[in-house]
Design a protein around this ligand. Structure first.
Ligand code: FAD
Ligand code: NAD
Length: 464
């Protein structure tokens, strides 16, 4: 059997693993990364990037359809637009290809050796990889597990036939006439909205009493309103039971009894599970936190020299958390004394309108025993939002009542994902309301709603 050795072995080249390997390589650590599929993991290949590409296509097409159907207040009219999903998927694949090739290049540039194949642990310092040219044994001093996650399957609705996961949904070449989405969380609503805009009849089935239960109700309200405008039917407190005998409908238990919802395709998006099987977890016997690998504030597992990062370590299962963990671990392996001390991990939901949440909501802050000041500013009073026909939504700031240190910032509105950087920076730097209120915000921008929310929390807004 071929053998190689290294100082650091990273298993999985998703955003957690590849960032860790690049930084470790840059820091002079002799690093090997093993990936069984393409570099970039879920995020670049079947997650963040392809979903945002499809969402963009859908947004552009829906605008054209709208201006063909109704007189546009902007004076634009178009004749009936046409759409070719196969061509859009080709474009999406091209974007993905550019990024995955980019990651391969960055790894090489950092001096990281990439091995293509399925890795399996023999023990905490030895991994066997099934490569195209036969088995390869890699001996390492330290190892990072970054194996990611996979879609959860429902017992009554196994994937196959009309029942698909987000991975298949992002590669359909024919638009389903009717699509039922099970789960009104991130994936269900991001992709459900996109397919509705592209022309599918979409029904969403959610077990909880409202959509996006992860966010507070005020934030999800504008999204629910827009789903209604797009003709999406939302069934809440509803549970998918299984396919009909003819496999052409989903049977759903609702408070009003059983519903039969016709469906060409059923997209099951009820969460993701950590990928902890198939790579020899049993050989290293790590402590677990429920289904996830238990880690400390340095991403160390219960075994010396074994780190874990990203989705395999728990919530929030977000690419930027995985990347930040990966970068930190690379530093630790290179000898730095880092620990996870982030104040907040921003969450962005790319629905229509978009949602951003960083830090604590008003309820979470109060539940933590804080007395708070809350300032909220609506986009209906923001000039830039008006000029973009995007007046729904608001920016909200939650701060400590005593010293005005900001605890949380949330927003819902068109394009607010780009405000997440300013929100994250404010919280990470320990900003007070006065710091935000004292910052000159460019005009006319939606960011001015951030300034006004701070002013409002201080009791003296200018534009409302
Ligand atoms: P992954 O990206 O899952 O990478 C793990 C890698 O390990 C994979 O490439 C896998 O092939 C490899 N691997 C596993 N086992 C082995 C083995 N034994 N040997 C070799 N290789 C192995 N997050 C966001 O922050 N923003 C978004 O907008 C967003 N959108 C998403 C949309 C969708 C549809 C989905 C599904 C997810 C989305 N996410 C988003 C979540 C994001 O993709 C994940 O949080 C992120 O990819 C996790 O990174 P990771 O490195 O932990 O794991
Ligand atoms: P999710 O946790 O966001 O949402 C799952 C939804 O399914 C929940 O609302 C839940 O109540 C519902 N549900 C669970 N069981 C159900 C059942 N039997 N019937 C009906 N509804 C049911 O999960 P997801 O949408 O699958 O996304 C998985 C993960 O991927 C997310 O947690 C997130 O970490 C990541 N992701 C992030 C983004 C982003 O950052 N923009 C986008 C997509 C995915």
């Amino acid at each position: 059997m071929n053998e190689m050795s290294c100082t650091l072995l990273v298993v999985g080249a998703g955003p957690g693993g590849y960032v860790c390997a690049i930084r470790a390589g840059q820091l002079g650590v002799d690093t090997v990364i093993v990936e069984k599929d393409r570099p970039g993991g879920t995020c670049l290949n079947v997650g963040c990037i392809p979903s945002k590409a499809l969402i963009h296509v859908a947004e552009e097409f829906e605008k054209a359809v709208r201006w063909a159907d109704t007189a546009s207040p902007l004076g634009i009219s178009v004749s009936a637009p046409a759409f070719d999903l196969a061509r859009a998927i080709d474009w999406k694949n091209h974007v993905v290809g550019r990024l995955t090739n980019g990651v391969a290049g960055l790894l090489k540039k950092a001096g990281v050796k990439s091995v293509h194949g399925h890795a399996r642990f023999r023990d905490g310092k030895t991994v066997e990889v099934e490569t195209e040219t036969g088995p390869l044994l890699i001996r390492t001093q330290q190892v990072v597990i970054a194996t990611g996650s996979a879609p959860v399957e429902l017992p009554g609705l196994p994937f196959g036939g009309p029942v698909i996961s987000s991975t298949q949904a992002l590669s359909l070449t024919e638009l389903p006439k009717s699509l039922v989405v099970v789960g009104a969380g991130y994936i269900g609503l991001e992709l459900g909205t996109a397919f509705a805009k592209l022309g599918a009849k979409v029904t969403v089935v959610e077990a909880e009493g409202r959509i996006l239960p992860l966010y507070d109700a005020e934030l999800s309200r504008p999204v629910a309103k827009r789903l209604g405008e797009l003709g999406v039917e939302v069934l809440t407190s509803a549970k998918a039971r299984g396919l009909s005998a003819g496999k052409d409908a989903l049977l759903v238990d609702t408070a009003d009894g059983e519903r039969r919802v016709a469906a060409d395709r059923v997209l099951v998006a009820v969460g993701r599970r950590p990928l902890t099987e198939g790579w020899g977890l049993e050989e290293i016997d790590l402590d677990m936190d429920d289904r996830f690998i238990r880690i400390d504030d340095q991403c160390r597992t219960s075994m010396r020299g074994v780190f874990a990062i990203g989705d395999v370590t728990g919530e929030p299962m977000l690419a930027h958390r995985a990347m930040a963990q990966g970068e930190m671990v690379a530093g630790i392996v290179a000898g730095a004394r880092h620990a996870w001390d982030k104040r907040a991990v921003p969450a962005v939901c790319f629905t229509d309108p978009e949602i951003v949440a960083v830090g604590l909501s008003p309820e979470e802050a109060r539940a933590a025993g804080r007395e708070v000041k809350v300032g909220q500013f609506p986009f209906s009073a923001n000039g830039r939002a008006m000029t973009r026909l995007g007046e729904d939504g608001f920016v909200r700031i939650v701060a400590r009542a005593d010293n005005h240190v900001v605890l949380g910032i949330q927003a819902v509105g068109q394009g607010v994902s780009e405000l997440s950087a300013a929100f994250g920076l404010a919280i990470e730097m320990g900003a007070r309301l006065e710091d935000i209120a004292g910052t000159v915000h460019a005009h006319p921008t939606q960011g001015e709603a951030f300034l006004e929310a701070a002013l409002r929390a201080l009791g003296h807004p200018l534009h409302i």
